[in-house]
Design a protein around this ligand. Sequence first.
Ligand code: PRX
Length: 651
Amino acid sequence: MRTKLFYPNKELWADAAINSMDEYHRLQDFAKNDYEGFWDSFAKEKITWRKPYTKVLDDSNMPFVRWFEGGELNVSEQCIDRHLNDKADKIAIIFQGEKGDIQKITYKQLSIHVNKTANLLRDHFGITKGDRIVMYMPMIPEAAYVMLACARIGAIHSIVFGGFSADAIHSRVLDAKAKLIITADGAFRRGKPYFLKPTVDEALAKGECDFVEKVLVVKRNYEDINMVAGRDEIYNDLIDTMSDKCEAEIMQSEDPLFLLYTSGSTGKPKGVLHSQAGYILWAQMTMEWVFDIKDSDIYWCTADVGWITGHTYIIYGPLASGATTVMFEGVPTYPDAGRWWKMVEELKITQFYTSPTAIRMLHKVGDNEPDNYDLSSLRILGSVGEPINPEAWEWYYNKVGRGNCPIVDTWWQTETGGHMISPLPGATPIQTSCATLPVPGIMAEVMDKDGTPTAIGEKGLLCITRPWPAMIRGVWGDDERFKKAYFGECKKDGKPVYFSGDGAMVDEKGYITITGRTDDVINVSGHRIGSAEVEASIGNAPMVAESAVVGQPHPIKGESLCAFIILNLKEHAGYEEMALEINSIIKKEIGAFAKCDRFIFVPGLPKTRSGKIMRRLLRSISVGEEIIQDISTLEDPSVVEEIIKATKEQS
Ligand code: PRX
C-alpha cells in the first residue's frame, strides 16, 4: 500500500531550525559517527555553564550514565536569568484561568516570583539541596514558580498529578521522604471550585510520615479549608516579605532535578529520576527542533504539570528556550467545545500541543467548531501520549490545521525526558498517524530481544541503543529495579540496551510507527496505568478473590479498563452494585481516572502452568475476537469457554 506523504512547504520553512531532510541526515550522521562530539557541540552552544564540564559521557557503568561530568550550572538560571539581558520584558508565561482571567508574566516578573519563592523555601522552611518536595497543585503560575524555585536551591520536586487520590499521594510522599508538601486550596473546573488541600490532609492522616515538616498552601479559589496549626502555612501570606534575590545553588550536571512517579507493569509506581544538565539540554534542543520555537511564537501545550509533558513542554523546555508558554487551568469543553479554539484565536497561538484523547473528544463534541474561529496563527500541531488514530489525525490536520500545519506526532516517555521519535516540521514529510524518525542524536531501533533488527512491516521491540542526555538516571531508592525494568529485557551486541516497553514497526522509508505497549501498562486517555496496581486495588474489595485488568479499545479514551473478577463469596450483591463498590475503592486508592469501564465476573482466569495470567487472551475475549492464541499451555484450557460464556452473558 502506498502511503500518502505531506511535504513541508520549502519557502514557508526556510528558516526552520532543521529545514531539510539533508540537514536531518547531516545531524543524524554526525551523531552516528561521533556521538560524543555531537552532544558536546550542542551542550557548549546551548547551556550557560557556571563551570564547563570535563567529560561528555561516562557510560563505563551502564546503565548508570554520567553526562557532562565536572560541569556546573543552575537550571533556573538557564530558564530565567540568562534571558534577563535581552528578554526581561518578554512574556514568559501567559496564564489563562478557567473563568477567563488572564495573567501575563514577563521574564523579569518570573524572576522575581521564582527568587522570592526560592527564598521562602530556603529561609523560611529550611529546605536545602537534595531535599524532596512533593507538589500537589493545579495549573496555576505558582506551580511554575515552585518548580523553578526548587531548581534554584537544588531541591528535588516530585509532582503528584491533581487527579490522584490521598492514598496515591501518601505512598509517593513516603517513598520520596518529602520534607515539605506544596499544594493549593484548590482551583476551578467547569465553572466551579474544586479542592486539593483536603486530599493532602487525608494523605498525611494516614500516618508514617513524620518527616513531612510543613504543608504550604497557595490560595487559588479562596474557599474555606482546614489549616493544621503549626504544620500548615499560606503561601500568599508569606511571599510578599521575601527578598527577590536568591543566590542560585551551584549544581553539578548529574545532581537530581526532579522525581516523577510513573506506572510500570509490575509493583508500585516507580520514582523516575531526572538530572540537571542533560535534561535541560534536551528539553531546549527539542523545543528548537521539534517545535521550531522562534522568538515571536506563542506556544501552548495543554498538558498538566503533573505529567512529564507538563514538566518538559510547559515549563522547562519553553522557558529554557526563552519562549512564551501558555498555562491553562480549565478543561477543553467548558464553557463549550470552542474554548480551546477561542484561546488559539485570542492568544494567537503558533504551536499547539495536545493529546489524541483531547482531539477525539473535541472532534466528537464539536466537529465544525474550529470553523468558527480564526486559527490562522497556528504553525505547528503536536500530538503526544498515545497513538493517534487516522480519523483523529485527519480531523486535526484538516479542520484545526486547515491543511497548513504539520502534525508532530511525538513519541516519548516519562523516562526519556523529552521527544525521541518525531517529525521535524520543516524537514520530515509527515504521514498519517506515524511518529516517523528518531530526533537527531537518538538511536532508536526496532529489534528483537537479541538486537536483530525487525524486518520491514513486522512488529518488534522499540529500544534506544545508546544512552542520551535526558534519559532516566534511576528509580528512586531502587537501583535493581531500574536495571531490571529498563535494561533487563533487550540486548544489542551482547550488551543491555534501554527497552521502552513499546512495540513498533519500521517501513521501507525507515519511518517508525508505534504499535503500543507490549507489557501490562494500559494507556487510558494518555494516562499510563499499570494493570498490577489496579488489580492490587481491586483485591482490597471484600468480595474479590482475584482479578485481571486489561485494556479494551475506547472511541475517545483510546483504551479503557476492563476487569475480569473472580468472586470469593457464593452469596453476593448484584453485578452493578459490586462494580460500583470496586470502582469506589479504585478511586480512593489510585484516582478516578483509573476506574474500570467494564467488569466481567468469571469463574476462573486463564493461567499458564507457571501461574501467569494470559492477558492477551482476555483482551481478545473482551472485544469478542476469535481466539487464535495457543491455549494448550493453560493449566485448565476449559476455563476459556466459561470466560467467553460469562462475557457474552454480561455484555
Ligand atoms: O506507550 C507509549 C505512549 O505513552 C507511553 C509513555 O507514557 P508516559 O510516560 O506517561 O509519557 C507520556 C507523554 C510523553 C509510551 O510508552 N506514547 C507516548 N507518545 C506516544 C505514545 N504512543 C504512541 N504515539 C505517541 N506519540
